[in-house]
Design a protein around this ligand. Sequence first.
Ligand code: HDD
Length: 708
Amino acid sequence: MHERRDIDEYSKREQLDHYLEDSTGEYLTTNQGVRVNHTDDSLKAGERGPTLMEDFHFREKLTHFDHEVIPERVVHARGSGAHGYFQVYQPMADYTMAAFLQDPTMKTPTFVRFSQVVGFRGSADTVRDVRGFATKFYTTDGNYDLVGNDIPIFFIQDAIKFPDIVHSIKPEPHNEMPQASAAHDTFWDFVVCSPETTAMILWLLSDRGIHRSYRMMQGFGVNTFRFINAQGKARFVKFHWKPMQGMAQLVWDEAQKLAGKDPDYLRRDLWTAIETGHYPEWELGVQMIEEEDEFHFDFDVLDPTKIWPEEDVPVMPVGKMVLNRNPENFFAETEQVAFHPGNLVPGIDVSNDPLLQGRLFSYLDTQLIRLGGPNFHEIPINRPLAPIHNNQRDGYHRTQINHGKVSYSPNSVNDNYPRPAPREEHGYVHYQEKVEGRKVRARSESFKDFYSQATLFWNSMTPPEKEHIIKAFHFEVGKVNDTSIKQRVVEQFHRVHGELGRGIAMGLGLPMPEGDGGTGVTKSSAALSFTAFPAQDIKTRMIAILAAEGVNQQELAQVFDALHAAGATPQIVSMHGGMLHSMGGEEINVEKTFVTTGSIMFDAVYVPGGPQSIEKLKMSGDALHFLNEAFKHCKPIAASGEGVELVMATEVTGVDLAQSGMHDQVVADKGVITVRKADDLGPFIEQFTMAIKQHRHWEREMKEQVPA
Ligand code: HDD
């Protein structure tokens, strides 16, 4: 009688492929399916006369066009999506009855949308921002959405303040400036008026605010949820996504330039990785706290501005997600996908986290305006693979054709179908938490420590990470016009740590804050630093190879092939497109020119030798700028043979280079790898590969003196 919830039935999200349209070999038609015989001119009264109302093809086409935009998301408007699947490592039945967390052989289809929070839909990818990481699991028990971010905490503790924080960070209402940026008065006014934002500001101003790739960032469910097992036992949980690609960041100067040169930088990166078969992967993990331990920590488990330090509550690995398919159509899938933290499946429930409670209202509500009515679950990307049966009917854009005359419950006409399902038939049963209290508009006292975890975060940063945070303050708060707000920022963050407060004051040219500052917290947590997630390989890293006519083909080919074999993407960059000729006359295809690219689009740069090529590159301001900029951005630079002379012609400073006469000795200093002459570039390539894996070489203390 009831449909079987068979795993195989669900193993392919491609079931929905019958919604795909392919016009190849087809005639052009109207939306009524009528073939059109001419489409380049409207129907007119005479060749030079007015267009006629009766031109149904013209009117239909224009009317559709006039209505083809929908409201963008009020937050997270800009984003990119990808399809994939999730597989659990081992049954999680002890903790949760969630069907997709039981069978290691089962692949649950997923769709992920990564996003920026603040900017409009057409804004740049690489702005400093929190990034959304929303995952829809099309499980056998219905859709489950994990709607998270790349930062594990939030700015505010209660959802009622969400419109306020968003209004403050969005462009200012009188002149709609600045776009996609927190660097303005209203945001920092909100910050100093709301000390609960303190810890999240540090995360945002750290390197986590400018990730190199969506593929190289962590994700977090942020709010506290519950796992419920079949016996009805509940535990508090927090969700983590760990990128198997390791983490990598941009530097601020680079992020700003990328916003101009390639505003689609993160979108392109994700798309290209999937197109080229480098499927990004994340490990799902959970932190769990027993209900009886709820009050045993120095943070409140319901407070979304707090992490659960991994040293206190370890992350248990749960399974792996692979993203392996790009959307067919951006609008149909990525734009129309609708997430909701309240899309829960049996085995997962919410907590009383007051931010989450408000979210449970907001997401459904926002889709009604954005997607134009209550039937957005019928849009293919939002449809569950589990069947839908209920008595909901009609409404805008209804596509389902319901059978029969029964649309109410209980009924006897249809033997009371569709019937509620008991728990053992996977009916969702809400966790029976005991709740009592007075109705109050109030904040729990246990939420009111706004500084200890900010200090914990600060303590956990390496010296370069601390420097980046302080410089980020100089930029963000340096753009604030109101001096009293700036002064209050200094004081607020002086309370986190004296070093931080003084560092901010120094760059802003403000009076030094009084006292030592700080909270006295000395604890740190290794998992909070970028260094906790090193890359294991150089796959998908973009490597520029600077070359001109007369390049040394042997050197170029050895390095190119080795990088390519390691999964990196080497690309020849030169002054003009088309073909180059090597010293030996071989033809070499130029992939990018100094006009179409820049060092900011690459993770590392290599200069092969060839006297003629190097003489030409030395005369090119673009080539010299390329290297200077890569150096300043702390990227690996490698040069062999005469290539070393190009590095010497730049302003690169404070590093040892291979001197002429050293021949096959490889010199590796602060990520600059050079060799003068070698038949076998193996050891050179090895050093270069290690430097690429490390990604940034912060130890270049002279980099500030290099123009870029
Ligand atoms: Fe939210 C979108 C993540 C707090 C209200 N949110 C949205 C998206 C993500 C998050 C990733 C984009 C989903 C997509 O790609 O379509 N939001 C978070 C996280 C939060 C958070 C991790 C803190 C734990 N959000 C939050 C609060 C509210 C909202 C407190 C309101 C009470 N969020 C929304 C929204 C959006 C949204 C207005 C805009 C578009 C949408 O929902 O579909 O409802």
